[in-house]
Design a protein around this ligand. Structure first.
Ligand code: ZN
Length: 525
């Protein structure tokens, strides 16, 4: 976004919170939810209380360690301010006991005595929180605040959109109705982000973890979108459980997620729709754990006035019921300004007669080189800097700098060699072009894309990507030549273990004329 013009507070028609996170290494073994009923409790819990009035902007986190004698737990806790990163820096250490399924915690913070009493219910501890003479309903909710603080590789220098507008397509809530739209995306070769409600995955009417893994592997983006997505008010502790907890869940399943999308039906402080809210506790919490947050200014459903929505160079529109003319007007302004536009949909709400014409248009505009479709994570790092990090890793336009050739028979690559650095690379039959992208950043996808032409109906371009570290992570796409030049791409999500990705392009089929590649590149999206 460094290339867009910002103006005034209303630039946050999308609230994008970019923050440095301070790092701990991920520990995937502790990413899962906590103990079950009557199991030893362990890990970190946040305190949910009856509204923000009790603890205000303070997030209370308890780190629990079990004693070796098996008769009780020593429970060590500390007040954790959400704008600090250390759990142990503050006062309020406590020591308390557990007997059977019940727990009593007592500590002093400032001059006031605090007591929490509760019983273990599933993975939470439900009870009351007493401050002086007053008592409030409360619960301790498991959230791993440490493992989710991991720092990903920087995306700075990885993405230069050139003259094109940056468009992000997003499908929210990972409902099973997404299945039909995944087919529509794939048939148009469109990239999209999926906003995952982690603890609904695998339940009726939602996608399964296997399907989420398939989406990630196929190079779609993943955005955290709460654990339960229940509407309404919640206190800061519950908010931490919903947001950081969603990242815990995704990491526990092996997914690296950089962004969080605010739930549109949250209310009060949790519905981030103003600059002042962003600077308060919930905004700070998200900045600590995510590189960016997608939030809302407009109500849903909505009609975003075009002059407002893009006056700020950046926009986020819920398109479920947005007429084609208005969505297209926003897209055209984004193209004029070479801006960033995010279009979100809910597959169970969206009017498909409005959605599909827009998606057809996006495919066409992409083929014309007017837009580039990417993830929020990558799109937000768009800069007109020549993408030095991408080039240093072996990516960028296909040419003699990036490509090694191999031929099935001697001479098969002669014509390709001669044209490798021209505007159109000739694809010789039996000649494979091979590039290698070294250590692509986690939470992104690698893409090999090209515009190409060949003997219509006879020639086929085969693009493939393979993770060198994990042979199971590979993918390919075959594109049959059309009467005019057409777009062909293949994508592969970067796995949990970052390894190099090998990209290959070759021509097969019975065409006898020339086949030409233009605008061919290895990228991240
Ligand atoms: Zn949602």
């Amino acid at each position: 976004m460094r290339f867009v013009n910002w103006s005034g507070a209303l630039k946050l028609s999308i609230l994008v919170l970019l923050a440095e996170v301070t790092g701990c290494l991920a520990d995937p073994t502790t990413g899962a939810v906590g103990a079950r009923r009557l199991q030893p409790i362990s890990g970190t819990y946040v305190l949910e209380t009856d509204g923000d009035a009790v603890l205000a902007d303070t997030l209370l986190a308890l780190r629990i360690a079990r004693l070796p004698d098996n008769t009780g737990d020593t429970i060590v806790g500390a007040w954790d301010r959400v704008d600090t990163t250390s759990l142990d820096a503050s006062s309020g250490v406590l020591l308390e006991t557990r007997s059977g399924g019940s727990i009593h915690l007592e500590w002093a913070f400032g001059a006031t005595q605090r007591i929490f009493e509760g019983v273990i219910q599933d993975d939470s501890i439900v009870g009351v929180f007493k401050v002086g003479a007053r008592a409030y309903p409360a619960a301790l909710l498991p959230v791993n605040l440490d493992s989710s603080l991991q720092r990903f590789e920087s995306l700075t220098g990885w993405f230069d959109p050139g003259d094109r507008a940056v468009i992000v397509l997003r499908l929210d809530d990972t409902r099973d109705s997404d299945r039909a739209l995944i087919g529509e995306l794939k048939s148009r070769q469109l990239k999209a982000d999926f906003a995952v409600i982690t603890q609904r995955v695998g339940t009726p009417i939602f996608l399964t973890w296997r399907e989420i893994a398939g989406l990630q592997r196929d190079g779609f983006g993943l955005v955290a979108h709460s654990r339960l997505h229940d509407p309404g008010l919640m206190d800061l502790g519950r908010y931490a459980w919903e947001t950081v907890g969603a990242k815990n869940d995704l990491m526990a399943h092996g997914f690296d997620v950089r962004w969080f999308a605010i739930v549109g039906s949250w209310t009060g402080e949790s519905y981030l729709d103003s600059v002042s809210k962003v600077h308060r506790a919930r905004g700070r919490l998200l900045r600590q754990y995510f590189e960016g947050t997608l939030a809302w200014v407009y109500t849903v459903p909505q009609t975003v006035p075009v002059p407002e929505s893009l006056a700020y160079g950046l926009s986020h529109i819920n398109c479920d019921h947005f007429v084609v003319r208005d969505v297209m007007a926003n897209i055209r302004i984004a193209i004029q300004r070479r801006g960033y536009l995010e279009l979100s949909y809910h597959s169970y709400l969206a009017d498909k007669s409005l959605l599909l014409p827009v998606w057809d248009s996006l495919a066409l505009l992409r083929d014309q080189g007017l837009i580039v479709i990417t993830s929020s994570a990558v799109g937000s790092h768009a800069a007109h800097d020549g993408a030095p990090a991408l080039l240093a890793a072996g990516g960028g336009s296909l040419g003699s700098r990036t490509i090694a050739l191999s031929e099935d028979v001697p001479g098969a690559c002669r014509e390709t060699t001669g044209t490798l650095d021209s505007a159109a690379i000739a694809l010789g039959r039996g000649c494979t072009l091979r590039a290698e992208l070294r250590r692509p950043p986690r939470g992104t996808a690698v893409a090999l894309e090209a515009t190409w032409s060949g003997d219509a109906g006879k020639d086929t371009l085969v693009l493939s990507l393979k993770d060198v570290m994990d042979g199971r992570r590979s993918t390919s796409r075959s594109c049959v030549a059309r009467p005019s030049a057409s777009y062909c791409t293949v994508r592969l999500g970067v796995g949990p273990v970052v390894g190099d990705v090998v990209a290959e392009a070759k021509r097969i089929g019975s065409g006898t004329g020339r086949a030409l590649l233009t605008r061919a590149a290895v990228l991240i999206q």
